[in-house]
Design a protein around this ligand. Structure first.
Ligand code: GAL
Length: 408
């Protein structure tokens, strides 16, 4: 009799664990060295629960991946989970009832109390319900500087954007490209946004990006911005790479002096074995305005008819924001965690600068959080034309002001 009891118990155990072992397909666009190292921390954590992470990496930038992700969901072939930037990118999918309501998970996990700044969670909330789990703050306003490049040029590593602009001729003299820039609109728009905050300041930026004030966009503060961007365009002349991490690699190898890029560039320096403060330096807010945007990444979960999948989706959402996973992922990614209650002592000097700015409340909403995806795309298209051609600054500003005038 005992043998049968044991066999039955063993069978029940196996079937229970087999029942809970769920494979989830997860899509994202993290395919650079640093990004892949970071997303593997999520996969490892999910696999460690006995479930299976089916990685659905999509090569290219978010601009390439988002239409693929969205069309799969609209087309009835949804993945189980997907990265998107938190904010308005998923707005229409949520309104169509295609995204899983995570409010019960958020309440059980106390997200309202742990997510910092709280605005991150607002960017996952529509009509009082929560539809994504924010997993990092990926601020965009960083200047990454190669120590090797400035040594070649015989000048000090700049302490801010203005000193960098002044050092550009010496870099050119030494055969070094001053500013590495991938030839994609979202990268050129990121650079435009970073320069805007440095040159026009936070109030003017907020007036335009949050309040959509086309008069300020057409006004003198932004005229100075477009002149500064036209100057920066000259510093990037000859940067004939496409992807952001190719531009980062030009800085890593000392072939370019600097790159304006989000904090995810940090993951590339880490994978290349470079040490912050020794091989490269970082200037949040370009060393002029200690401000970071609270854009970031979040995971959304398309609605699934299978209750077992739904339960697993909610389990994964809770896992991605858990303390240990937050530390492991963000240290690898170079981004800031969404929780203020975890130990980030292992973070390097660049991340510590970001954490200090966050602690001081020097944050602002990103364009992804304020403007519709369509408006963002219009601005990115304008920036692609402006940065790669010879459009006069005044013409670019007029076009920009009219986009803001009709922004939604
Ligand atoms: C952003 C994303 C970052 C980084 C970047 C470059 O949209 O939020 O995490 O991956 O794209 O791919």
């Amino acid at each position: 009799m005992k043998v049968i009891t044991k066999l039955l118990a063993a069978t029940a155990l196996v079937s229970a664990s087999a029942a809970s072992a769920v494979e989830l397909e997860v899509t994202h666009w993290w395919t650079s060295g640093g990004e892949a190292a970071a997303v593997s921390k999520f996969a490892e954590a999910w696999n460690a629960t006995g479930n299976t992470w089916l990685d659905g990496a999509i090569a290219g930038s978010g601009g390439t991946a988002r239409p693929i992700i969205i069309s799969r969901i609209l087309g009835g072939d949804p993945m189980a989970a997907t990265q998107l930037n938190h904010g308005r990118q998923a707005e229409e999918l949520i309104e169509a009832g295609l995204m899983l309501d995570l409010t019960d998970v958020a309440e059980a996990g106390g997200w309202r109390d742990i997510v910092n700044p709280p605005a991150l969670l607002d960017s996952c909330t529509l009509d009082g319900r929560i539809y994504c789990v924010p997993i990092n703050i990926h601020s965009a306003q960083w200047l990454w500087l190669s120590h090797d490049a400035f040594e070649k040029a015989g000048v000090e590593v700049p302490a801010d954007w203005n000193a960098f602009v002044d050092a550009a001729p010496a870099l050119r003299e030494a055969g070094v490209l001053p500013l590495a820039m991938g030839q994609q609109g979202w990268q050129q728009n990121l650079a435009f946004g970073a320069i805007t905050i440095a040159v026009a300041g936070l109030d003017a930026w907020r007036e335009v990006t949050v309040n959509r004030n086309a008069d300020v966009a057409a006004g003198p503060e932004y005229a100075a911005v477009f002149e500064a961007v036209a100057d920066a365009r000259e510093l990037a002349r000859g940067s004939d790479v496409q992807d952001w991490n190719q531009a980062t690699n030009m800085v890593i190898t000392g072939n370019a002096g600097a790159q304006l890029m989000g904090d995810w560039a940090q993951g590339e320096f880490a994978v290349a074995g470079q040490i912050e403060g020794q091989d490269y330096s970082c200037l949040p807010g370009l060393g002029l305005n200690a401000i970071l945007d609270t854009g970031g990444d979040a995971f959304y979960f398309p609605v699934n008819r299978d209750p077992e999948i739904t339960a697993a989706q909610k389990e994964l959402a809770a896992l991605l924001i858990s303390p240990d996973v937050q530390v492991a992922f963000n240290l690898a990614k170079g981004s800031l965690p969404v929780r203020g209650d975890i130990n980030m002592a292992a973070a390097n000097g660049c991340m510590q600068k970001g954490l200090a700015i966050l602690a001081d409340g020097g944050v602002l909403p990103s364009g992804d959080q304020s403007l519709s995806a369509d408006t963002q795309l219009q601005i990115e298209d304008l920036m692609a034309q402006f940065w790669s051609g010879d459009m006069p600054a005044g013409e670019a500003q007029a076009k920009y002001a009219s986009i803001i005038a009709s922004a939604d």
